[in-house]
Design a protein around this ligand. Structure first.
Ligand code: AHG
Ligand code: MN
Ligand code: MN
Ligand code: MN
Length: 334
């Protein structure tokens, strides 16, 4: 007897709440779950599966692709192509978006933006990594697919989620009605509901930032880091500093424990390092649905009007009060 509700059972149950939906989004989430289980299997035996190390090519980001970047990319594109509900995949690992031309998909109405493997620098050192996905509805099935179907504001997302391949493997997603977390039970190969209706821990006491870039941070960010480190018992400071280097893992921890994640503009990344379409928007949707906030320092991440598929943005995401304190300090410096 399975004690916990499986992802499939949960989706069917929630499906009943959308009487007019015909199950396409549910099948799309199922397809993503299938690919996640395949990636998880390789992650769990990475050291034995010749899946570590460099793939031997660079992606459009100018990054040295890891074997697992490419493997994960292939698995998610394959599952989405087979599933028949997705008409376009836009992946970190491909310069352009990919039209899915399998017969069933021609009328498919969903677009998936995906970071197949997030935190690649952590793969070879056995530290948590993840996958991030964002789902949009195409503007119209009566007109050919064009860039405007993909370059939509984050507020248009119909669903967003991540998988974190950590001590346990979890899938966390939202369809705009709260956030739910599922833990993979390897003994039955099912994601089971373990974290219903997740909300960000109100007692935010952690800040996550790569302080190695300190000299290049805007003055307001430097002032905020100093604020985090000051002694003040009334506001639970100093906060703890925690930085894993995989955005999904840092955000997942901050969701559960409370905190703020900051990736400001730096010398190497004058527009910020993290990508709007398949890192910042999906995680912003989830954190907002969990009661938090996601900003580029002065505007809501999900209101940014995308112009490029791989465009980057500074991001400050987590507890509302912490993000607003940061925004105040940035505004004071200008
Ligand atoms: P990806 O592995 O998908 O390219 O993303 C890596 C990102 C993100 O996961 C993480 O928060 C950030 O890079 C870490 O950057 P730094 O190493 O510059 O701190
Ligand atoms: Mn990358
Ligand atoms: Mn990433
Ligand atoms: Mn990636």
């Amino acid at each position: 007897m399975i004690r916990f509700k499986t992802l499939g059972q949960f989706i069917i149950e929630k499906q009943a709440e959308f009487p007019f939906a015909k199950g396409e989004l549910s099948r799309l989430l199922r397809d993503i779950g299938i690919a996640a289980k395949v990636v998880n299997r390789e992650v769990n035996k990475a050291g034995l599966a010749d899946i570590l190390g460099d793939y031997g090519a660079c992606n459009i980001q100018g990054e040295e692709q890891k074997k697992l970047d490419v493997f994960a990319d292939e698995q998610f594109i394959d599952a989405l192509s087979q599933g028949g509900e997705c008409c376009v995949v836009a992946s970190e690992e491909h310069d352009e978006y990919i039209k899915i031309n399998t017969a069933v998909s021609t009328n498919a109405k969903y677009i998936v933006c995906i970071d197949p493997l997030d935190g690649s620098s952590n793969i070879d050192v056995n530290v948590s990594i993840g996958t991030i996905f964002s789902i949009y509805r195409r503007e119209s099935i009566d007109k050919p697919i064009s860039a405007s179907d993909i370059l939509q504001k984050g507020i248009n997302q119909v669903a967003a989620g991540y998988i974190v391949y950590g001590a346990s493997t979890m899938m966390v997603y939202t369809t705009g009605k709260g956030v739910n977390g599922f833990t993979l039970d390897p003994s039955i190969g099912e994601f089971c509901l373990s974290h219903p209706q997740m909300t960000i821990n109100k007692e935010g006491r952690m800040y996550s930032i790569n302080e190695g870039n300190y000299v290049h941070f805007p003055q307001g960010v430097k002032n905020y880091i100093k604020y985090c480190q000051e002694e003040d018992v009334t506001t639970n400071r100093p906060y703890s500093s925690r930085y894993i280097g995989s955005m999904v893992a840092d955000i997942h921890r901050n969701l559960l424990k409370g905190g703020i994640f900051l990736y400001p503009a730096t010398a190497a990344y004058p527009n910020g390092k993290l990508r709007l379409m398949y890192e910042c928007n999906p995680l912003a949707f989830i954190v907002e649905q969990a009661g938090g906030k996601a900003s580029n320092g002065h505007a809501r991440i999900m209101e940014i009007n995308p112009t490029e598929l791989h465009q980057r943005t500074p991001i400050f995401i987590g507890n509302k009060n912490m993000v607003e304190q940061l925004e105040t300090m940035l505004a004071e410096e200008t």
